[in-house]
Design a protein around this ligand. Structure first.
Ligand code: TRP
Length: 456
C-alpha cells in the first residue's frame, strides 16, 4: 500500500493506459523525435557557431534533460490526470499548495504556442513531399533549390493551406484517443526515420566534405559562444526532448505502474540525441559541399536535403520518402503538444475528446497564421527577438520550457517527499540518488544561472 496517496489506492487514468511499456517508450520517442531533431537542431547549431553549442547542448540533455524527464514522468504517473489537475492534486497531497496548478497551466499554454508554429513548418514538409514526388529537385542546382524555397515561403496561399491540412490531421488523431490514435502512429515511424538517416549519412560521407562537417559540429570554439547561445542550447535540449511543458507528464499519466521510469527515459534520450546528431552529420557536409549558408535559419533543411537528394540516382523517390517520414515525425510530436490542453478540456469542462481536439486545434490553427505570415507579408514586422515566429519560438523554447522544467525539478526534488519519489522510481539505490542530486541541485541551479546570465 502507498504511504502518501489518499485512500491508499493506486489511481488510474480516465483516458486509458498504454498497452505495454514498449508502447509508452514509442509514444514518448515519437513525441521527442520530430522537427526539433531534423529541422531545428541543424539550423540552431548553424546559427550559433557549431561545436561549442553542440557541447553545451549535450551537457544540457544529460545533466538537465534526463532528470527533468524522469521528474515529469513520475509526477504524471502519480497524479494520473492532465498536467493542471495533477499539479494541483500533488501540490495538496504533498503538503504544499494547490497553486502548483499554475505550473500545469504554463505547460498547456506553451504547448499551444509551440504547436502554432510547429504546424506551419510541418506543413512545409507536406508541400515538400509533393515537390519531391513531382521531380522539382531532380538535377537542380544549389541556387535553384534555394530560390525555390524562398519563393515557397512567400506563397501565403500554399503555406496557409498546408498548415491547415496538418492541423486537420493532428486534430483527427487526437480525437481518436490514447490507445488507438497515438500508439498506431508511432510504431513504424522512428525505426524508418533512423534507417533513412543512415542511408543519407552514407551519401554525406561520400560527399567529400564529411570531415569539414564533423569539424564544424565537434570542434568547440568557445569564443563564438555568448550567453544567448548557451540559452539557445539549453532551450533546444528542452524542446527536442519535449520536456518542460507537461507533455511527458500527460503521457506518464497513462503509464503502467511497473514500468521503470529511468530505463524508459534513458532509451528516449539516447534515441532522440542520436537522431539529432545524425541529422547534423548529414546536413553540414552538404552545406559546406554546396557552398550554402550554415546560418540560413529555418530554411536550412529545406534547402540542403532536396539539393543532395536531387543529385542522387533515384533522388525523387528518396526525397519523397524522406519528407513523408519527416511529416510523420512531426505528426507524432504534434499529438504530444496538444495532449495536455485536450486532456484538460476533457477532464475539466466535460468535453468529449473530439470536441476538445476541435476547439484546441482551432485556436492553434488561428494562432499559426502569425507564423505563416512571418515569412512573407509580416516579415518586416520585427520586435524583441525578431519576427512573430522568432518571438513565439524564443518565448517558448528559451523561457517557458526552461522555467517549466526548473519548477518541475524543484517540485519533484524538494516538494515531493522522499517516499513518494522513491516509490515511483523503484527504490532508493544509486540511480535514485543520482536523480535526486540532479533534480534538486544541478538542474534548477543550472537553469536559473543560464536564464539570468542570458537575459540580463
Ligand atoms: N520534441 C519535439 C521535436 O523535437 C517538439 C516538442 C516540444 C514537443 N515540446 C513537445 C512534442 C511536447 C511533443 C510534446 O520536434
Amino acid at each position: 500500500m502507498l504511504s502518501n496517496q489518499a485512500g491508499g489506492e493506486k489511481r488510474t487514468s480516465l483516458h486509458g493506459h498504454w498497452s505495454s511499456r514498449m508502447a509508452f517508450i514509442l509514444a514518448v520517442t515519437g513525441s521527442a523525435v520530430g522537427l526539433g531533431n531534423i529541422w531545428k537542431f541543424p539550423y540552431v547549431v548553424g546559427e550559433n557557431g557549431g561545436g561549442a553549442f553542440v557541447l553545451v547542448y549535450l551537457v544540457c540533455v544529460f545533466a538537465i534533460g534526463m532528470p527533468v524527464m524522469m521528474s515529469e514522468i513520475l509526477i504524471g504517473r502519480r497524479g494520473r490526470r492532465n498536467p493542471i489537475a495533477t499539479m494541483e492534486l500533488l501540490g495538496k497531497e504533498e503538503g504544499s499548495s494547490a497553486h502548483w496548478r499554475w505550473l500545469g497551466t504554463l505547460g498547456v499554454v506553451a504547448g499551444i504556442l509551440i504547436l502554432s508554429y510547429y504546424s506551419v513548418i510541418a506543413g512545409w514538409t507536406l508541400s515538400y513531399i509533393v515537390k519531391s514526388a513531382t521531380g522539382t529537385f531532380a538535377g537542380a542546382t544549389a541556387a535553384q533549390v534555394v530560390a525555390d524555397h524562398e519563393a515557397f515561403k512567400l506563397n501565403t496561399g500554399i503555406t496557409s493551406l498546408v498548415h491547415t491540412l496538418f492541423m486537420g490531421l493532428t486534430i483527427f488523431v487526437v480525437a481518436r484517443g490514447v490507445e488507438r490514435g497515438l500508439e498506431q502512429a508511432v510504431r513504424f515511424m522512428v525505426p524508418a526515420l533512423l534507417i533513412m538517416m543512415i542511408v543519407l549519412l552514407g551519401y554525406s560521407i561520400n560527399s567529400g566534405y564529411f570531415a569539414t562537417g564533423v569539424e564544424f559540429m565537434f570542434t568547440p570554439d568557445f569564443s563564438k559562444l555568448g550567453w544567448n547561445s548557451v540559452l539557445a542550447a539549453m532551450g533546444q535540449a528542452f524542446f527536442t526532448l519535449s520536456i518542460g511543458m507537461g507533455a511527458i507528464m500527460a503521457y506518464g499519466a497513462y503509464l503502467p505502474e511497473e514500468t521503470s521510469i529511468a530505463g524508459a527515459s534513458a532509451t528516449v534520450v539516447i534515441a532522440d540525441t542520436s537522431i539529432a546528431i545524425l541529422a547534423g552529420l548529414v546536413i553540414f557536409p552538404l552545406v559546406f559541399g554546396n557552398g550554402l549558408q550554415v546560418d540560413a535559419g529555418p530554411g536550412l533543411v529545406f534547402q540542403t536535403l532536396p539539393l543532395a537528394l536531387g543529385q542522387m540516382p533515384g533522388g525523387a523517390f528518396f526525397s519523397t520518402i524522406f519528407f513523408i517520414l519527416l511529416a510523420f515525425a512531426a505528426w507524432t510530436s504534434a499529438l504530444g503538444l496538444m495532449e495536455p490542453a485536450v486532456a484538460w478540456l476533457v477532464e475539466h469542462h466535460n468535453r468529449t475528446r473530439t470536441q476538445a481536439a476541435i476547439i484546441i486545434g482551432g485556436v492553434i490553427w488561428l494562432l499559426g497564421f502569425g507564423t505563416v505570415l512571418s515569412f512573407n507579408v509580416l516579415s518586416d514586422v520585427k520586435f524583441l527577438a525578431g519576427t512573430i515566429y522568432d518571438n513565439v519560438d524564443y518565448l517558448t523554447s528559451n523561457i517557458m520550457l526552461p522555467l517549466g522544467g526548473m519548477l518541475i525539478a524543484v517540485f519533484a526534488g524538494w516538494v515531493m517527499c522522499r517516499n513518494s519519489t522513491a516509490d515511483e522510481l523503484g527504490g532508493s539505490g544509486g540511480i535514485y540518488r543520482a536523480w535526486r542530486l540532479l533534480a534538486r541541485f544541478v538542474a534548477p541551479i543550472g537553469i536559473l544561472f543560464v536564464l539570468i546570465n542570458a537575459i540580463t
